[in-house]
Design a protein. Structure first.
Length: 378
């Protein structure tokens, strides 16, 4: 049955992409994000083809039927015609929906932002007609805003879409492949971290700064655990087993998307028990204005800055300190230290990952490091 304008207008998004069929192979594709696209399916030389005609309502039902008729007529008049390839936008959306099940919510939002940047100039171009200069022009506009990292990430994701296109036979090369060499290089600066020799004075100043107890506990636990600040501030009480002396961080909060276990020492448990007395929320560090959200890392950073260490120490600096002190001690297996830092080789097979690998030595590592911190506090 043929579509009507009212049906096209009222079509609502669902959890999965679906189509509303018109006549002669024409259909309206409705995506989960609410966007709608015209698609035509037809046969050329005995093979089924699919062709995008544009977005609704920019192209109405009547115009879509006209374009469908023109396209089918053109193909019927030409023997051995080269198949028109899909639009960049269509290939990118297929790639996105094929991959996103394994991504965190934050990563999905970041990838979507990259695709939206690319769609501005590349979205409606045929995937096989896009050239390296086309892509570079788009990426350079991002770079011109001073967003060098965003430019590189967007280029990388463009390259992934092109590889997806190659796998599906839409083109034979990746025009985004070597464009990174045409971008500006960002000067790499390590996040500030103090040496161990300055920690006694630093801790004396930070602990005497008039901040709330929750912030002081956060500083101590970041230093004691060696985890990333986001992993601590987003932690929930249900993740902790004080009797078993372990903290299990779920994979969705880990940078490498793998679950991580932290041994709990006496000092950590004391800090946790004292912190628990300050509130009864699910989060360890609830935001003071909204207890469903975690404390911001800027809160801790402000204490560090106002204690006189702006530009010399950061929240990530505690993690750098942890790595430096342990590696320079020459007392422990470097692989055990790396595992405690949740540094996992990129070629690590996910199913073979063991969050408790080197566990006994990691317990010793955390106890030894806790003693170092205790000496800084004396």
């Amino acid at each position: 049955m043929a579509l009507t304008d009212i049906e096209c207008k009222k079509a609502q998004p669902r959890d999965k992409q679906y189509r509303l069929s018109d006549s002669n192979g024409l259909s309206l594709q409705v995506n989960p994000n609410g966007k709608k696209y015209w698609n035509l399916r037809f046969t050329v030389n005995g093979e089924r083809r699919s062709e995008s005609l544009g977005q609704y309502p920019d192209i109405g039902l009547k115009r879509a039927r006209e374009l469908a008729y023109e396209l089918k007529y053109r193909f019927s008049r030409v023997d051995g015609v080269d198949e028109l390839k899909p639009l960049f936008r269509e290939v990118a959306e297929d790639w996105f929906h094929n991959q996103k099940e394994t991504w965190s919510h934050k990563h999905i939002l970041n990838v979507r932002a990259s695709l939206d940047e690319l769609y501005v100039s590349l979205g409606d171009q045929r995937i096989n007609k896009i050239t390296a200069p086309d892509i570079l022009k788009t990426i350079k506009k991002i770079e011109a805003r001073g967003s060098l990292e965003v430019a590189k990430r967007t280029l990388s994701r463009c390259g992934m879409v092109m590889k997806y296109a190659i796998a599906h036979g839409y083109r034979y090369d990746n025009p985004a492949g070597d464009l990174v060499y045409a971008l500006k290089s960002k000067k790499v600066t390590n996040l500030a971290s103090l040496p161990a020799s300055e920690m006694p004075q630093f801790l004396a100043k930070v602990r005497s700064y008039p901040s709330d107890a929750q912030t002081q506990h956060a500083i101590m636990l970041i230093m004691l655990t060696g985890v990333r600040v986001s992993e601590l501030l987003q932690a929930r009480w249900e993740e902790f087993d004080l009797e078993g002396r372990k903290w299990d961080i779920p994979e969705e909060r880990m940078k490498n998307r793998l679950p991580h276990r932290v041994p709990l020492t006496d000092m950590m448990i004391q800090e946790l028990q004292a912190l628990r007395l300050t509130h009864n929320q699910e989060l360890l560090f609830p935001h003071r204005l909204n207890n469903k959200e975690p404390m911001r890392s800027e809160t801790i950073l402000q204490v560090i800055k106002r204690s006189g260490y702006a530009g010399r120490m950061t929240t990530h600096g505690f993690r750098s300190l942890f790595s430096t002190v342990l590696n320079e001690s020459n007392l422990f297996n470097p692989d055990a230290i790396e595992r405690q830092l949740a540094h996992v080789p990129q070629n690590r097979i996910r199913s073979a990952y063991n969050r408790a690998q080197y566990w006994e030595e990691r317990v010793k590592i955390m106890e030894w490091y806790g003693e170092q911190i205790k000496s800084w506090l004396e």
